[in-house]
Write a protein that binds this ligand. Sequence first.
Ligand code: ADP
Length: 165
Amino acid sequence: MTRAICPGSFDPVTNGHINIIERSARLFDEVLVLVSTNSSKKPAFSMEERVELLRKSTAHFPNVRVEKLEGLLADYAYRAGADTLIKGLRAVTDFEYEFQLALINKKLNPHLETLFMTTDPQYMYLSSSMVREVGAYGGDISEFVPPEILEEVQARLAQKQEENG
Ligand code: ADP
């Protein structure tokens, strides 16, 4: 039984994330998507919202599970019996930070391997922050987020913009 973890903050999940999750689900028996808190920034979507949006967007993949990340990723992977982390790479700019993270995770859990998956070129420019920015001003995000969650994400971003406005 092979089990891989796709970690991220998913604030919110984008089609770029789904592409990496889907391709991982073809390679591994089970894929665990782990939603992390990002200590350096306040998320636009709460942990519960991010988990829920991911569950709705991945419901059609029978071997994908979505959970909240508690504690250290390296420890969680050990407890969950997963020995592979999958990270999506968009451009070289992603690489330096991801390389550092991979080395730290390897140090914390020597059995944990990080595999990098190159983005599908159509998603190269796509990030959660871009979705938040375009959505906040009422721009069309239908090509950027899964159809199952489009309305919810649009409504939430517009509401947030109004609150901050
Ligand atoms: P973001 O950088 O969009 O805030 P996350 O922290 O949620 O993303 O990222 C989770 C994982 O998904 C990371 O490995 C990240 O490199 C990857 N990822 C994010 N967007 C894309 C994309 N458009 N194509 C491929 N991988 C991506």
